[in-house]
Structures are given as C-alpha cells and as structure tokens.
Design a protein around this ligand. Structure first.
Ligand code: UDP
Length: 456
C-alpha cells in the first residue's frame, strides 16, 4: 500500500442483520483485511456477529435504535429491512461522525461499504464526503432484474405479474428468465417490492458496487450491469472461497458429520432451505414420504420456526418421525460448508439462496432447486438452464415427484452429468479467486480505486 492509503486504511462495513447477508460481508471484511485495511463493523441490535477469535482484529460498534416488540413480532423480513433503514439513519450518521472525530491520523476511514438493503448508510457517507460502496449479496443477474423492475411502468408490471398466462413466458430483455423467475417476494406485496427495489438500485451517489459473484458465472449480466449503473462494478466472489469467516448466527449441530462419516460416498442428499424459508406441514410430509421411498440416505436441516407449530418436529404428525427414522438424520442447523465438502454428500436439495448456490457449486455438488422467494428464483433458473448443475422441482410438491427427483439426482446418469458440470464450475470458481483470476484481479482493482479516491 502506498503512503496515502496507509493513512486512509479503515473500512466501515454495514451488514444487514440476516444470516445470508452477514456471512458474505464478514468474508468481504476478511478479504479487505488481508489487503492491509482495518475493519470497523457497524451492527444493529439484531442478529449480531460475535467479536470472537475469528474477528479479533475487527472493531465492532453498535448503531443505537430499535424496533418495537410488536414490529419485531409482526414484520416480515422486507418490512423489517425497511423499518430498520428508518430507525438507523440518524443514529448511524451520529456514530459515523463520532468515529471520524476519534480516528487517528494513520487510520482514517477510506470508505463505507454497506449491504444493499442498508441504504440509509449512503446518506451518512455522503454527509461526511466519504466514498460509499454498495455490497450486493445476491447474484449480478438478480441485481440487474431489480434495476430493470425499478424502471418499468409500475401499473403494467403489477398487471403482468398477476397474469397467469404470462408466467411461463420469457420476460423481455432478461433471457432466460421467465416472468415467474423474477425476484418478487413472498414476504410482501408486489407494490412494496417495487418501491423497495427502486430504493436499493438507486445507487445515486454511491461510488461503486461490489458483488459476490464471478465473471465465469455471469459475464453477460455483469457487462450489462456495468453499462446500466455507470459506476464501477467489482465481481470479487465467491467470497467463501476467497476468505473464510465463520459467522453462523445459529448453533451448528456437528453430530451430523459423524453420521455422514458412516454413509457411502456420494449417497446422501443434503436438504436445507436456508435461514428464512418456511414450509407447510403438508409439503414437509410429502417430502418425507418421497425421501423415504427413494431409499437414499438424507441429512435434513429443519430450522425451528420454519415449520408450523410452537415446537420443533414434535409439532408434525406422528408419521413424520417413522418416515425419516430409517434413512434420515435431522438437525436444526448444520455446518453447511463442511457438509457440502463431505465425500458422502451426493446432492443438495436447496431453496437456492445465493450463498447456498455458491457453496454448492464451489464444492461441485449438483442440486435439486426448490426456490422459495425473491432472488432464489433467479438462481434456480440459472442453475438449471444456464449452468446445468441442477434442475427445478416446480409446482405442488407430491411424494412421487420427490422420489423421482432424488433418484434423478443421485442415481441416474443425468445426475452424474450435473455433477461433472458442477465440478467443472468448481474449478473455474477456484481459479477466479486465485492470483491472476478475474475475482482476485477485481479485488485488486477495487483497492486501487480506493487508493485513487483517497488521493483526490
Ligand atoms: N447455513 C448453515 N447451516 C444450515 C443452513 C444454512 O450454515 O443448516 C448457511 C449457509 O451455509 C449459507 C447461509 O446459511 O451461508 C444461508 O444463506 P443463503 O443465501 O443460502 O440463504 P438465506 O438464508 O439468505 O435464504
């Protein structure tokens, strides 16, 4: 680093307090730390990463401001993010101002990197004339979709999205995405999604965008996004390969690794729907039947709260435990990366969150794609029709379809082909973060970009 950057070497990170957002921004922090920056993480009161030994070199600060108990109970994830933006805007400005007052001469803040859903951060950065950088934890294609959706006529969009006949048709200009693949959300009405997307993609005064993706996955969308946004776009992922940063918000049940150790190579289906998706009792039972009938062993993460009922699987009808007891192993939360890396795992049934998608491809594991909401639908479409490392299980869940899907992935030749494709992509992803690879270079360009900004 040159002298100027040695002065401006602190980066402020503002994560959205949700698992799928916290993990990649902490990985980004590690990647930037390895380039010589100091890291300050501004957290809200919710879902905090502990300043454990893994982050002992990071500086953690709290943004004061809280939501009411009623809000916390009643708000879905999107309304929660919207409310958090309102509650934190003024207090973050104050905290950042305080940090700037106290900063040492050799440790000035170089920029604020904020999760795209924490857009209140931009106003504070602007006030203190700091470069602000948007960090997108979704794929570039989902970012592009949000930007396209934010620009289309709202009324026409709302009508089109409710038109059942259009749902299987391609959305103009976003090939191969169909209307039904667009990242609208199960967590709120289309009207409020449209408003939220307009706020998110309004990069306005932001100086750059960092995306946790790689050129080899999304070169077309990245090129287009670069043209649309007119500020530099840095694809620097997959961050979980570039920089490890254990930041699980829930306790991992490691007993499943011992169970995996007893299974045959590539025989196990790993099932996880991430940190937010919900399942109906009826679907959970159809899955259990289909899994049992497939005769393949399976490791199933059922997060408390993801199925109806106050307790855990005790709330499910009695037949459930009989169906899963023979070949299944159920946990509340797994060490997912370790599971995907395990030789016994042959496939991943996933909701296709972007982290899970990158983690699965990054381990060469093919997927059954059952997206739940928003960008997961985009990822599922790409997994199936662009990268050919998985297939979608669409429509109503029934046990015959589940059984067929499991066999297709783990037993049939088609699954073998998808595994081969996944392994090819794994190798490409690994080289993209190695020295000279596209993501590794992109991170260096970002560091140079900050160097230039610092010397203005
Ligand atoms: N995850 C985990 N253990 C589990 C299930 C998920 O550690 O049992 C992690 C997973 O490795 C990923 C994150 O939780 O990093 C989920 O992020 P993703 O973007 O896939 O989905 P989201 O939770 O945002 O819907």
């Amino acid at each position: 680093m040159d002298e100027k950057l040695v002065k401006k070497r602190r980066i402020v990170l503002v994560p959205l307090p949700a698992q799928g957002h916290v993990t990649p921004i902490m990985q980004l922090g590690k990647a930037l730390y390895s380039k010589g920056f100091s890291i300050t993480v501004f957290q809200t009161q919710y879902n905090r990463v502990s300043s454990s030994k893994d982050f002992s070199d990071f500086h953690f600060l709290t943004i004061p401001g809280s939501l009411t108990e009623t809000d916390l109970k009643n708000l879905g994830p999107l309304q929660f993010a919207t409310k958090l933006n309102q509650v934190c805007e003024a207090s973050f400005k104050q905290c950042l101002g305080q940090l700037l007052k106290e900063q040492g001469d050799d440790d000035e803040v170089a920029c604020v990197v904020y999760d795209e859903y924490m857009h209140f951060s931009n106003a504070a950065a602007k006030e203190f004339r700091l470069p602000s950088v948007v960090f997108s934890t979704t794929c570039a294609t989902a970012f592009l979709c949000r930007s396209v959706i934010a620009k289309v006529n709202v009324d026409k969009f709302l009508t089109d999205m409710k038109d059942l006949e259009l749902q299987d048709k391609l959305f103009p200009g976003l090939h191969p995405l169909r209307y039904k693949d667009l990242p609208t959300s199960a967590f709120g009405p289309i009207e409020s999604i449209h408003r939220l997307y307009s706020e998110i993609v309004n990069t306005g005064t932001a100086s750059a965008v960092i995306i946790n993706t790689a050129n080899c996955l999304e070169s077309t969308s990245l090129a287009r996004l670069q043209r649309e946004l007119q500020i530099p776009v840095y694809p620097i992922g997959p961050l979980h390969i570039a920089a490890s940063a254990p930041s699980s918000l829930l306790e991992e049940d490691r007993s499943c690794i011992e169970w995996l150790n007893m299974q045959k190579p590539r025989s196990v289906l790993y099932i996880s729907l991430g940190s937010l998706a919900l399942m109906e009792t009826k679907d959970t039972l159809e899955m259990a039947w289909g899994l049992r009938n497939s005769n393949q062993p399976f490791l199933w993460v059922i997060r408390p709260g993801s199925i109806p009922g106050p307790e855990w699987t005790e709330s499910l009808p009695e037949e459930f435990s009989k169906l899963v007891s023979e070949r299944g192993y159920i946990v509340k939360w797994a060490p997912q990366m370790e599971v995907l890396r395990h030789p016994a795992v042959g496939g991943f049934w996933s909701h296709c969150g972007w982290n899970s998608t990158l983690e699965s491809i990054g381990e060469g594991v093919p997927m059954i794609c059952r997206p739940f909401t928003s960008d997961q639908k985009v990822n599922a479409r790409y997994l199936e029709s662009v990268w050919s490392v998985g297939f979608q299980l669409e429509g109503k869940l029934d046990k015959e379809d589940v059984e067929r899907a499991v066999k297709r992935l783990l037993v049939d030749e088609e699954g073998e082909y998808m595994r081969k494709r996944a392994i090819e992509l794994k190798e490409k992803l690994e080289s993209s973060v190695r020295s000279g690879g596209s993501s590794c270079c992109s991170l260096d360009y970002f560091v140079n970009f900050l160097r230039m900004k610092s010397s203005i």
